[in-house]
Design a protein around this ligand. Sequence first.
Ligand SMILES: NC(=O)c1ccc[n+]([C@@H]2O[C@H](COP(=O)([O-])OP(=O)(O)OC[C@H]3O[C@@H](n4cnc5c(N)ncnc54)[C@H](O)[C@@H]3O)[C@@H](O)[C@H]2O)c1
Length: 512
Amino acid sequence: MTMARVLIGRIQGRSARIGVVGLGYAGLPLALRFAECGFAVRGFDIDAAKVDTINAGRSPVHGIADARVAAAGLTAHGDFAPARDCDAILICVPTPLGPHKEPILEPVRQTLASLAPHLRPGQAIALESTTYPGTTGDFVLPALAEAGLRVGIDAFALYSPEREDPGNPEGTFGRVPKLVAGATPACLEVGMALYGAATPHLVPMSSLAAAELTKLYENVFRAVNIGLVNEIKRISHALEIDVHEVIDAAQTKPFGFMPFRPGPGLGGHCIPVDPYYLAWKARELGVPSDFVELAGRVNDAMPSYVVGRLRDALDARGVALRGARILLLGLAYKPGVPDTRESPAIEIFRLLDEKRARVSYHDPLVPRFPATRRLHGQAPLLESQPLTPDLLAAQDAVVVITPQPGIDFALVRAHAALVVDTRGVYRDAAVRLDAGPARGSLPERLNSLPPHDDAAVLQFAGAYGPTFAGVGSLPPGGAGGSPLDGAGRLHLETPGDFPAGPYPAYHRVIQA
Ligand SMILES: NC(=O)c1ccc[n+]([C@@H]2O[C@H](COP(=O)([O-])OP(=O)(O)OC[C@H]3O[C@@H](n4cnc5c(N)ncnc54)[C@H](O)[C@@H]3O)[C@@H](O)[C@H]2O)c1
């Protein structure tokens, strides 16, 4: 019987042992799923704290319950010797970028070096990390050859990209179709048996590189479309059009359109990083990768665009960014996760810090934020501030970066003098106007605001200083009574002894 058949038999009989290297967002769910499908699973990680946490039956990954880790019975190791007992070893280590946006394959190289003394005939090695086409061939195949193993005969090389979507219960291994590629037909057969034992939806691929390219294409597709919608957002701001209305309307077309939402820039370990793996490979091949580069440029520019919008809105109120109190809402790169890797919030934080704004943040899932070395002017460790009316009222502006579940956006709107909304959280509010003095057809637009929003969206600057944060009410009759005079100035019924105006009109919530 061939080695492949022996291994497939062990997989089908659930006597195969599975090893997973890299117990992070991608690797831990994979390890748990194999354990839950009846396999003995060993995890490997160089992070000793992670190893200890897992061995104590707790989860080091947000969104994965301790009970699930405890029930799975997997063991975690910092030492790779037990890898020898594993019939299949799945590698889920990071694939980051270097300072010039070049692939850093060091973790993959290191993993294979750690595994080298423990490789033996009959094993399958699968790379799951996202990487450039050719990586499995460049790294895994030579590692097997150096161990004296013949690929497809006594060892099996696979590439099967992780497609985990953290925070999304539908985006987990077992629910998302899994691409499987093998270095040889026997490798593919082993791979189909291996992954088929843990997930019902498999997509066999003809080559390792085709699977590697597919994973990159999926992520480039997102990066390009997000870049496009971010560009449309900037155009719509210049036109004073609500971009979300445009997207909502476009998606009523039942074919040829797929909605993407604009935001403050790209974040996470995948979308800001992976496209550059493809661009790097394309450069090596002498082939253009213009879309990748352009999307990267547009998306990378978003944090400074947001800061520009904020600065303009403050300017219009006579407030300088330098020294302004700015509260950032949501530091994680997307809602529902505590992950701040590559989060645009960090770049926005840095840019504001550079301008000497006084920045604080609130994120219910990120209680502490270790300042990077690029951040100056701040305490080395920042803490999420409790979101209270007093905190909000003390800010010159609040910037919505990531709408984390649990943030009370009604409270924010009620107490913040200025809200800069990068995600369309307040898109149903009357936020279609640019910041700045009223101009053009503003009276008509103001008159079309829902009456209950009037007090909430207007701020006025007047004799009591440019940043007077009080909110007046419109004259009786509400917006229908046209509170603006011919010069676009706002007449308010103001409380107490404040002069009645006129004041320039501003919106308290602006999109950015
Ligand atoms: N996070 C996701 O949603 C996601 C989705 C799809 C694909 N991926 C890909 O999966 C890979 C891993 O990403 P992640 O998000 O799970 O990263 P992660 O940082 O959450 O986890 C990686 C783990 O690998 C460990 N590690 C690093 N070097 C190691 C080494 N030499 N030996 C052993 N362990 C090592 C780290 O300590 C860490 O625990 C990347 O290529 C990524 O692009 C991630």
